[in-house]
Design a protein around this ligand. Structure first.
Ligand code: HAM
Length: 429
């Protein structure tokens, strides 16, 4: 007796991407690769699984990601502590150190793929989601910070997005953050009565994140807290000013947001986010900034770096409004046939069409013409090629336009000799 099997479902917050949607992903990915190539960025791929300490060290012990969102486990076979990457940056920096990539020159690199965070799922927030991650490793100047942001402006244009705006801040250097930190802790200690439990817990470990609170009761306190921006010295301010000037030169608008601190600990100087009001609560489409200390922190020779990551699900959601990222049809030509000889001829001709670069589906099986036409229509093909007994006998094929309006009630159709078929198809598709 077979035991009944309880259906297995996808995990909460982890989505299946089915063919109709997946073709939009492919279109977006192709656009993104061409956009990145135009700026000299090259692809690199790092493992999904890394040692847990890479992320605790890299992202920071007292961050939401490390404290409560990582998928970590102990490998039962060798007791190693492992984590599914919650972001790309730490892994890409590890790889660049491990392979001495920064020994002789800087690198512009990117990666795309799934990342994992155990968050409460809602629209735009998933447990497995995808990032397009771009890193400029080994570059110190504000020119590259600006280039990355300008580059993003170009992508939004290519994708036809207008409802997206830039928020910008500078987190200064370590010594400036230390001076601000002492002032901030003192301020928070004076306002203990309005702090919630999480804020009290973080007050001494990550006081900057306390200001990032969504708690309405803490907004006044957060608004009046000492601002890191006011602790920046001349060099940090000059770096920031240069970024701002270059953005203005390029016609990129931005809003200075002194409260923008980002959720990962590795940043210094420039940080930025691109946000939209179109996606509800999860409106940050892209975030990034400079992280000059991370390479050294992870054991490499000190080298500056800057980068960003785009959330692909959020970007596609936004593109759904602009209509620029569409799915191509399943095929261009759908071949319909009747009878054994026509079926074999269909398979042969379809191979020739593919030699000519056409995307072709040959109807599988031997159903009647009517249901084959229905399938042809559903495939999105612009043309059907019809091979019946008459066509086989006369070495010809009929071509039917599937997308153009019928002329005087008659769908447009034409019969051509087989030796002219390829030429006609290439003209008509
Ligand atoms: P992040 O801000 O943590 O930065 O994530 C980047 C983007 O990923 C967000 O702006 C958002 O669009 C998307 N995202 C984040 N969490 C989720 C989620 N649960 N579901 C769906 N989308 C999400 C980083 O990851 C840094 N590594 C960026 C970076 C690269 N900084 C320098 N280089």
């Amino acid at each position: 007796m077979t035991q009944s099997f309880q259906k297995v479902r996808a995990l909460t917050g982890m989505k299946d991407i089915l063919p109709d949607t997946s073709s939009q992903w492919e279109t977006l990915e192709a656009t993104v690769r061409a956009w990145l190539a135009a700026y000299g960025y090259r692809n690199m791929r790092t493992p999904v699984l890394e040692q847990t300490r890479l992320f605790t060290r890299g992202i920071g012990e007292v961050t939401d990601i490390v404290e409560k969102e990582m998928y970590s486990f102990t490998d039962a076979l060798n007791n190693e502590h492992l984590t599914m990457r919650p972001e790309f940056t730490a892994g890409m920096v590890r790889a660049s150190i491990e392979h001495n990539m920064l020994y002789d020159r800087p690198h512009r690199v990117y990666a795309m793929g799934p990342v994992f965070r155990h968050e409460k799922p809602q629209r735009g927030r998933y447990r497995q989601f995808h990032q397009i991650d771009v890193e400029a490793l080994g570059f110190a100047g504000p020119d590259i910070d600006a280039e990355l942001i300008i580059m993003l402006g170009r992508l939004w244009k290519i994708l036809g997005l207008s409802d997206i705006r830039l928020e910008l801040n500078s987190l200064g250097q370590a010594h400036e953050r230390a001076a601000h930190r002492s002032a901030l802790i003192e301020y928070l200690e004076q306002h203990q009565e309005v702090l919630d439990e999480e804020a009290r817990r973080r007050m001494h470990t990550n006081p900057l994140r306390v200001l990032d609170t969504k708690n309405p009761a803490m907004q006044d306190m957060a608004n009046n807290a000492p601002r890191l921006f006011d602790f920046l010295g001349a060099e940090s301010l000059a770096h920031f000013q240069e970024v701002c000037d270059r953005l203005s030169d390029a016609g990129i608008e931005y809003r200075l947001n002194p409260r923008l601190v980002r959720g990962l600990d590795y940043y210094n100087l420039t940080v930025f986010e691109w946000v939209t009001d179109r996606l509800g609560a999860q409106g940050t489409v892209c975030g990034g900034g400079r992280y000059d200390g991370l390479i050294e922190l992870l054991g490499g020779k000190p080298a500056p770096a800057v980068g960003f990551a785009i959330g692909v699900e959020r970007l596609l959601d936004l593109c759904a409004h602009s209509g620029e990222v569409t799915s191509p049809p399943e095929c261009q030509v759908y071949v319909i046939h009747q009878g054994a000889a026509a079926q074999r001829l269909a398979a042969r001709l379809a191979e020739q069409m593919r030699d000519e670069g056409l995307r072709v589906i040959v109807h599988a099986g031997s159903t009647g013409f009517k249901s084959q036409f229905k399938r042809a229509d559903a495939s999105g093909a612009s043309l059907a090629v019809i091979l019946g007994e008459d066509e086989v006998a006369s070495a010809s094929a009929s071509i039917k336009w599937l997308r153009e309006p019928a002329i005087e009630g008659q769908p447009q159709q034409e019969t051509v000799p087989l030796d002219r078929l390829m030429k006609e198809l290439k003209l008509k598709v």
